[in-house]
Structure formats: C-alpha cells, structure tokens
Design a protein around this ligand. Structure first.
Ligand code: ADP
Ligand code: MG
Length: 315
C-alpha cells in the first residue's frame, strides 16, 4: 500500500478497447483488471478514454441509415461521440463492477458520466480538419459524402479517401461539478469519453460541434480540474522513446518538462499518436508542483504507479 491515497486520472487508448463489439467486450475485462489493481493499491481512480474506431463505426452506421431512409437526416458528429460514450461506458462500467465484486470490493459504485466539453468556436483546428475517422472510400464515394453530408474528405497515403474532422482543444468540462461530487464521494467514474462531446457556447445553449477532441488533452484537463496527483496515459507501448524505431532508439524512464519540450521540438514524437500524449503530460506536470504524468502499457499500470516501469514526466 502507498502512504497516502493518490488521485489518478487514467486515459485509456485504443488497445484498451479494441476495434469491434466482441473485441471491446474482451478488452474491457483486461482493462478492468488493470484499473482495479490500482484501486487495490489504495488509489482513487477516475477513468477517461478515447473513441477513434468506435466513433468512426457509429458515424458509418448512421450514414448508412440515412442512405436507406431519406426521412432520417444525417447524424451530427457530436451525437456520434455521445453514442460512443454510452457504448464504451456501458462495457467498461459493466466490466469494472464485475471485477470489483470478484475481488470482494462492494462499496465502490461505478457510473459513466455523459460529458460535454466546451471548445472555442475560433479554435484554428476548425479551419484545418486533421483527424481521420471511419472507413476508406473511393474517390466517387468521397465526392458524394462531400456533397450529401458536407464532410471534408482527404486522401490518406495512397490508400483511399477518409473523412477528416476537426480536433479542437478542450476548454471547459461542462459536467465537472457532477463528476467531482461523485469522485469526492469515493465513486468510480468514467468521464470525458472519446475526448468529450464537443460543444460551443451560444448563450445558455450548448451547440454540438462537428469535431472529435483528443482524449489525451481532455484527460489532462480532467486531471487538472480534479486536482489529481497522477495522469496515467495507458497505451500500446511500455515507455516513450526518442529516436523511435531508429537504431539509436532510447526508451525513457523519467524526464522533466524542459527535456520533454526539447524532445518535442526535435520531432521525436509522432503527431496524432505519441505527440499529444507527451504534450498532455507536460501540460499536466507544469500545471502544479507535485503533479506527475506517466505513460505506459495498459498491463503495466500497477508496476508504473509503483515506479517500476513506464515513462514519468514531472516538473
Ligand atoms: P492510443 O490509442 O493509446 O492513443 P496511439 O496509437 O495513438 O495509441 O499512440 C501510441 C503509439 O505511438 C505507440 O504504439 C507507438 O507506435 C507510437 N509512437 C510514436 N512515436 C513514439 C515514441 N517516440 N515513443 C513511443 N511510441 C511512439
Ligand atoms: Mg491516440
């Protein structure tokens, strides 16, 4: 057991959830074990997660519906993110409840919070959609999608066309008050799924935005708002590397934010995969003394929090 109860926000990546319905059902069992390990270590855990494959899948399914039935207008992306929160949250909360009960932990309720996150209408990301979602299309299908749905389509490395969406920075978690109450009460909360449902402020109205927020940045904001001690980003690699994939590759155990920024500027981290994680880790570590970010493999979460593995980023 650790000396003091640490509050941890966990950001789950793609490998924690899988790509299909059966894959997700199987993956969340392993994910739940890793999370409950941390609870057994005496940590207070809050769970956030991504939704890349799931939101693409839902988006395609809803587009197929409106092709079949002209009375069904196309589903906004913000609604697809909301659906992905419920779908992933359901599997996760179900698996977490079962794992807690299997270990004799009966006093921790588990719930998923449908979470909206305010983004800035003037965020430059809206002018430069960059995040690919959904399946590949032919040029003809892509042109049709542009005309019929107003999608932005981009050619992806000679493999065909894909829809790209904006990925603005999260500015404010709308449901943070409710999340904080549940967490302070000792409940296990899944929040900010898929980076949160992006919304813009229109007076008292929150308008869904056509975007997908990066889950690494949303988790960072959640960790700051909950005054967490740790932000743990669980992904498909045990550590962060410099010269990744090259002969001089070097796996990092620990780095301060100045070193991390240096490596970022030298281009060591791939945009869209490791870069947002390291950026989110730096932002969290810099936000207050004592805050530490950890990037490691899902299965190594417990070893990571015990200081045995992973890459730690601190001030
Ligand atoms: P997630 O779904 O967890 O967000 P991503 O695939 O987006 O996962 O990002 C993790 C991947 O980033 C790793 O599997 C690895 O292939 C890649 N990666 C890119 N640059 C680095 C680096 N410098 N060090 C480690 N992994 C890196
Ligand atoms: Mg990712």
């Amino acid at each position: 057991m650790m000396d003091k109860k640490k509050r941890i926000v966990i950001a789950l990546g793609g490998n924690a959830l899988g790509n299909t319905l059966p894959e997700q059902m199987a993956a969340v069992k392993i994910t739940a074990k890793a999370i409950v390990d941390l609870i057994e270590e005496g940590c207070e855990v809050v769970v956030a997660h991504g939704n890349g494959p799931q939101v693409g899948m839902i988006n395609n399914a809803m587009a197929a519906l409106s092709r079949e039935n002209p009375n069904q207008p196309n589903t906004p992306l913000s609604v697809c993110v909301a659906m992905s929160q419920a779908y992933i949250g359901y599997d996760l909360q179900n698996a977490l409840r079962e794992e807690l009960l299997n270990r004799g932990i009966k006093d921790i309720p588990v719930a998923t919070m449908v979470t909206q996150i305010r983004v800035d209408e003037a965020d430059p990301a809206f002018q430069n959609p960059s995040k690919p979602i959904g399946h590949f299309m032919t040029k003809e299908q892509a042109l049709h999608a542009e005309e019929a749905y107003g999608y932005v389509m981009k050619e992806d490395a000679g493999r065909g066309y894909r829809r790209v969406v904006a990925s603005p920075k999260p500015a404010e978690i709308i449901e943070i008050g409710a999340i904080r109450s549940l967490v302070n009460d000792g409940q296990l909360v899944i929040a900010c799924g898929g980076g949160g449902i992006p919304v813009t402020l229109q007076g008292n109205h929150l308008k869904g935005a056509s975007a997908v927020i990066d889950k690494d940045f949303a988790s960072c904001l959640l960790a700051k708002e909950l005054d967490a001690d740790f932000l743990i980003i669980l992904t498909a690699v045990e550590k962060v590397a410099i010269n990744f994939g090259k002969p001089e590759e070097k796996w990092l155990d620990e780095l301060n934010t100045a070193q991390a920024k240096q490596y970022i500027s030298e281009g060591h981290f791939a945009p869209g995969s490791m870069l947002p994680k390291v950026e989110a880790a730096v932002e969290f570590a810099e936000s207050k003394p004592g805050r530490t970010a950890l990037i490691t493999l899902l299965e190594k979460a417990k070893d990571g929090i015990l200081g045995k593995t992973g890459t730690r980023i601190h001030q």
